[in-house]
Structure formats: structure tokens, C-alpha cells
Design a protein around this ligand. Sequence first.
Ligand code: FMN
Length: 194
Amino acid sequence: MDRLFLPVLLGTNRQERNSVFPARWLVGEMEKRADIETRLFDVGDFALPQDDYGQGLKDRFPEWRDAIIRADGLVIVSPEYNHGYPGSLKAVLDLLLREYVHKAVAFVGVSAGPWGGTRVIEAMVTMVRELGLAVTFSDLNFPKVQKTFDSEGKLLDQAYEKRAKDFLDELVWMGTVLKWGRKNMPSKHHPKVT
Ligand SMILES: Cc1cc2nc3c(=O)[nH]c(=O)nc-3n(C[C@H](O)[C@H](O)[C@H](O)COP(=O)(O)O)c2cc1C
């Protein structure tokens, strides 16, 4: 089976962010698998202008643009900020549009509270639908993230290994089916095989 290219987007540029720990840990889990190729993107690395927005800027970020063109799906790691997602995450996602269509997306929710970002994930579902992404139904939730990793980013709860496997298995299934569909079922949204 061909490997799927599934980049991971870390969705906050907050200083002292804890979301970096689950993002890095999950990339490590993905790199162990023979069926996945991945790369970590960090919204903090995007020098976004304060006075402009949207697809007109995409050629300023060629690595992100080309990664999503090639991608079979995407993992978004988002903290929950007042039950929503960070503006920096939305600004990066909004750099592209048709490049996402008919590709899979899976969500990792991160929170200090007990719900593991369930509310931010619900908020993202409605938003990514407009991007043409197809949402998996297996989320990965990190409640009380400050107690789940130590200060060096070491995972303290091994139960996440099985959860991450199930989460990635579902994303691979969705990504594989959609890849087959893009190749074999013509659509006005992807006239060329991707
Ligand atoms: C502006 C802001 C709003 C927040 N709102 C919530 C919230 O609604 N629910 C929650 O569980 N934690 C909330 N938190 C705490 C974050 O979930 C916590 O910082 C966690 O570590 C994930 O975010 P981080 O990657 O920025 O650290 C908020 C944090 C900030 C900075």
C-alpha cells in the first residue's frame, strides 16, 4: 500500500503553549508507521501580515501550499481558547481553499480543563466543511494537558498509545478511500489526478 502524506498543523503560536507536546508526540507516533509520511507545521512559523488575509497570500508560504497540494489528509492540533480555535490557526488554514477539497482531516483537542478540547473540535467541524475537508469521527483528546506531559514534553500516560493508534487508523482509512476517490471518480473539484 502507498504511504499517505498526512501533515500535522500545530494551531497556536502562544508562548508557553502546551499543545506543542501532544503535537510533537503524535508526529513521533506517525513516524513509526509504515503507512504514513508526515511533517509538522507550526502556525508560529508563519510570518502572517497584520493587514492582509486569505488565498492571495498563499505563494508567500510555498512549503505549506505544496504540502497541502500533495497531502492526502491533515491533522489539526488545536488548543481550546474560550471554546474556540486560535485566530492564528484560522489565518493559516484560510491561506488555501481548493487544495483541501476531498481530503481527510482529523482533530486533536488540547485543554487545561477536563474536556480535552471537545468544544473546539465541534467548532472546527463546521469551519473545515467549508474548506472541503472530510472529517473523521475519531478524535484525540488531551484534557488536563499540563498533567499529561512533563516539562520536557515526555508523555506520562501510556494509554495514549492505543488511542493514537485508533485515531490514526481511522484517518488512514478515510485518507485512503478519499485518495482512491480523487484518482478514480472525476469531479469538478479535482479534474486532475492528485
Ligand atoms: C485565551 C485562552 C482561552 C482559554 N480557554 C480555555 C477553555 O475554554 N477551556 C479550557 O479547557 N482551557 C482553556 N484555556 C487553557 C488552555 O486549554 C491551556 O492553555 C492548554 O494548555 C492548551 O493551550 P496552550 O497550547 O496554549 O497551552 C484557555 C487559554 C487561553 C490562553
